[in-house]
Design a protein around this ligand. Structure first.
Ligand SMILES: [Zn+2]
Length: 429
């Protein structure tokens, strides 16, 4: 370890690309070999390593970890030996090397440079599904929208795929359905996916889709899905389309002029998405039913108000016929309805009603027209009455409402407080 540190101090740097890490060993290899098309777990040697903050960066000679490229996200997994165990959080290319960005879970790197590496297979499986689905989508989009469509970007993640295309218009619901149908048909057809290394010329002659602006070497990897799709691609793919199980486009949108972005999912993510959709629709229905029940309940409470009992509470305050009464309602807004019904049999005077809904008390004040003046009206009265009770409100001259009154006040306390307030305002009058 000490010797390695000294080497680091001697200024050994990563030479092949732009990121300078403080490499702890000298490089005795000039590239990494990706073995992950065939193997998901291998024994190999550490070529070099560096530390970046808390993270360990490992360069291996051979690796089953796919480094992010061609839109496909990097693999994660475990690299370990008898000295340490590290979780690979991301895998990135750096020149000819593949860098594994790791978090050490236990131990530390020692003299033993032999390691066992294993990718997260479940995650890789999802990535493979989404990558092959992306190729199917690419051809399905061309077949549906026309040959003017070109790939403008792509992201293959375990949970979803994102595909950008050049297309001037919104992709209609019908077109989306058609694209989904084509992809799902190809999945159901159980087509073998083949990968071959060919010369770039040969691949182009065969009509393989190459990406505009992408630099290709003399030899290229061609991924073919039967006669349906042929693309130059270095990514990892399923061996048969049936593995993808199902495909769904979640939505599409414009990301710039003439470029549309398609968000899609495959396999179990489709089930999760459809289940969530079903649940939210179910919840909407339940919420609507709940609203209807509440409305019905409120209606019943309004209908069951005993008006003769309220009218019997009439008192005379400073010569004004006054009703102060609690009513049981499910909605404070119904105070207005009750007030108007009382008015049918109580055409002259002051009506003050209050009700408790959801632990808050609301009240209404109404005055018959001959009692209204600039200094004595419902809007003023309601403020005067509600303030000592901790509430607030306002309204017009003939009718006003206040809310926010604490239900800690008992019915008797509220009535007393209202009477006190009215007496005070009448003294001023
Ligand atoms: Zn690809």
């Amino acid at each position: 370890m000490k010797k390695q540190r000294e080497l680091a101090k001697s200024g050994q740097k990563f030479i092949s690309d732009n990121i300078d890490f403080d490499w702890q060993l000298s490089f005795d290899k000039d590239h990494s070999i990706f073995e992950g098309y065939l193997n998901d777990q291998i024994e190999t040697k550490i070529v070099n390593y560096a530390f970046e903050d808390e993270n360990l960066i490992l360069v291996l000679y051979q690796t089953p970890f796919y480094a992010e490229s061609g839109g496909q996200i990097g693999d994660t997994g475990i690299i370990k030996n008898s000295d340490f165990s590290a979780r690979v959080l991301d895998t990135q290319k750096n020149g000819e090397f593949i860098l594994h960005f790791c978090q050490i879970d236990s131990g530390a790197i020692g003299d033993n440079l032999s390691v066992n590496c294993a990718i997260d297979l479940t995650r890789r499986k999802k990535i493979k599904n989404n990558h092959t689905a992306t190729h199917l989508l690419h051809q399905a989009v061309k077949d549906t929208l026309g040959n003017h469509v070109n790939q403008a970007g792509s992201l293959v993640d375990p949970d979803y795929l994102r595909f950008d295309i050049t297309h001037p218009n919104k992709i209609s619901k019908n077109e989306i359905n058609q694209i989904e149908e084509i992809v799902n048909q190809k999945i159901n057809d159980s087509i073998n996916v083949e990968t071959k290394i060919k010369s770039l010329d040969e691949a182009k002659k065969e009509g393989a889709t190459a990406l505009f602006g992408e630099k290709y070497g003399e030899m290229v990897r061609v991924v073919s899905i039967g006669n349906f799709s042929k693309e130059l691609c270095g990514g990892t793919h399923v061996s048969n389309t049936a593995e993808i199980e199902k495909f769904k486009i979640k939505h599409e949108k414009a990301i710039s002029s003439g470029v549309r972005r398609i968000h899609a999912i495959s396999s179990t993510e489709v089930d999760i998405f459809l289940q969530d959709l079903k649940n939210s629709q179910k919840n909407q229905i339940l919420a609507e039913q709940e609203r209807q029940i509440q409305k019905e309940l409120q209606k019943q409470l309004v209908e069951s108000v005993d008006f003769s009992q309220i009218l019997s509470q009439e008192i005379l305050m400073n010569g004004i016929q006054t009703i102060i009464s609690e009513v049981h309602l499910g909605n404070a807004g119904d105070l207005r309805v009750i007030d108007q019904k009382i008015r049918n049999n109580f055409s002259k005077g002051l009506i003050i009603l209050f009700t408790k809904v959801d632990d808050k008390i609301s009240l209404s004040v109404s005055l018959s027209s001959e009692l209204i003046s600039d200094s004595f009206n419902s809007g003023l009265l309601v403020k005067f009455i509600a303030t000592p009770l901790g509430g607030a409100g306002g309204g017009k001259n003939d009718f006003a409402m206040a809310g926010g009154i604490s239900s800690n006040n008992s019915e008797i306390e509220i009535i007393q407080s209202i009477k006190d307030s009215i007496e005070k305002i009448m003294e001023k009058k």
